[in-house]
Ligand binder design. Structure first.
Ligand SMILES: *Cc1c(COP(=O)(O)O)cnc(C)c1O
Length: 342
């Protein structure tokens, strides 16, 4: 059976690298959304807890419930949670409706739009929203934003951080004036945190770097210290001894140049590995065996007789071939592939 191996040493190496850079382990929060970027949310949650991580972010309540017992604070980034959700699961507030749907005394985090123009409230409505939150008897755990320019050079990144600094100032002022405890502040994801020489926020929300990648468009030496933690392994289904000229797979797009023994392996696009067709650059296993086009939903062929092949131990090259970023390759991995920690 195919499987994904999660290398716990490399994961620890990545968290150590990030901690060393941000200088305070308590500021390290992990993003475990989308099945921990395809790595398996329960497996990664276990490793994160062992490392001492207390704060995590997920996409929705379903993900939060799977890891509810592992962390002090689990914030759901998108949409509401149900009233019976455990108290350590917190919704993000993006609209007035989100406030109305919360049960009293729930801890919430208020999201501010600081320039990505996707989610969050306008900063001009900060005091209005905080008043609404307090009058509904909710507790303001955090005020946060998302700097979407971490991967790009240019002024935007710094301008947006300046914007967030002003928001923090205003919240500090309101907290004194209105008498509510100062919430925690966070605005940076992996590339933003790792390009900043000093972290002024209380938390950084680290996703991709913990899994061993960065996607920035400029050189950042620290990225060399990050190690991809997942490798994907496929098992041989069977082998065929075929003469030169034999066609392989749907439409016979691969034609053997010589008599060969080929094997099929149990990973396909249905498992989340993108479909390799005859128009793409050649995709090879980590040991260099070409994966023959066209791959099927559940299997691919290789000129190889090994019992197991490592489809990847680093998705950077696959991402390049498919004109995308490691995030997309990783998050596509089917949750039905077994994950094991090594
Ligand atoms: C996904 C996400 C992150 C993590 O981003 P990385 O680039 O993977 O570190 C942080 N914050 C929010 C709001 C996100 O949606």
């Amino acid at each position: 059976m195919s499987k994904i191996l999660i290398d716990s040493q490399k994961f620890k190496n990545n968290l150590d690298t990030i901690t060393y850079h941000i200088k305070d382990k308590n500021k390290l929060a992990l993003v475990l959304k989308d099945n921990a970027y395809g790595h398996g949310i329960e497996q990664i949650a276990l490793l994160a807890k062992d490392y001492g991580i207390k704060n995590v972010f997920v996409k929705n309540e379903l993900e939060a419930l799977k890891i509810a017992e592992f962390f002090e604070h689990i914030t759901v980034l998108y949409k509401n949670i149900s009233q019976q959700a455990p108290k350590n699961i917190h919704p993000s507030i993006n609209t007035l409706e989100d406030i109305q749907k919360c049960d009293a005394y729930r801890l919430v985090e208020l999201k501010i739009n600081i320039g990505m123009n996707r989610n969050g409230i306008p900063k001009e409505e900060l005091s209005f929203f905080i008043e609404k939150i307090l009058s509904k008897k909710l507790q303001l755990l955090g005020v946060f934003a998302h700097n979407g320019y971490g991967d790009e050079l240019g002024d935007d990144f710094d301008n947006i951080q300046k914007n967030f600094s002003e928001i923090k100032e205003e919240v500090r002022y309101l907290s004194k004036k209105m008498g509510f405890p100062l919430p925690r502040f966070h605005s940076l994801s992996s590339s933003g945190a790792l390009r900043s020489s000093k972290i002024d926020d209380d938390l950084v929300r680290i996703g991709i770097a913990a899994y061993g990648y960065l996607a920035q468009n400029f050189s950042l030496p620290i990225s060399n210290s990050l190690k991809p933690i997942a490798s994907l392994w496929a098992d041989k289904i069977c082998e065929q001894k075929l003469p030169k000229g034999s066609k392989i797979g749907y439409g016979g797009k691969s034609v053997l140049k010589e008599d060969s023994i080929i094997s099929t392996y149990d990973i396909g696009y249905g498992d989340g590995l993108f479909r390799v067709n005859e128009n793409k650059a050649e995709l090879k296993t980590s040991e260099g065996y070409p994966i023959l086009p066209i791959t099927s939903m559940d299997c691919f062929s290789c000129i190889c007789q090994k019992e197991k092949v490592c489809v990847f131990d680093d998705v950077s090259l696959i991402a390049k071939i498919f004109d995308t970023i490691p995030y997309e390759i990783l998050t596509h991995l089917s949750p039905f592939i077994q994950r094991s920690i090594i």
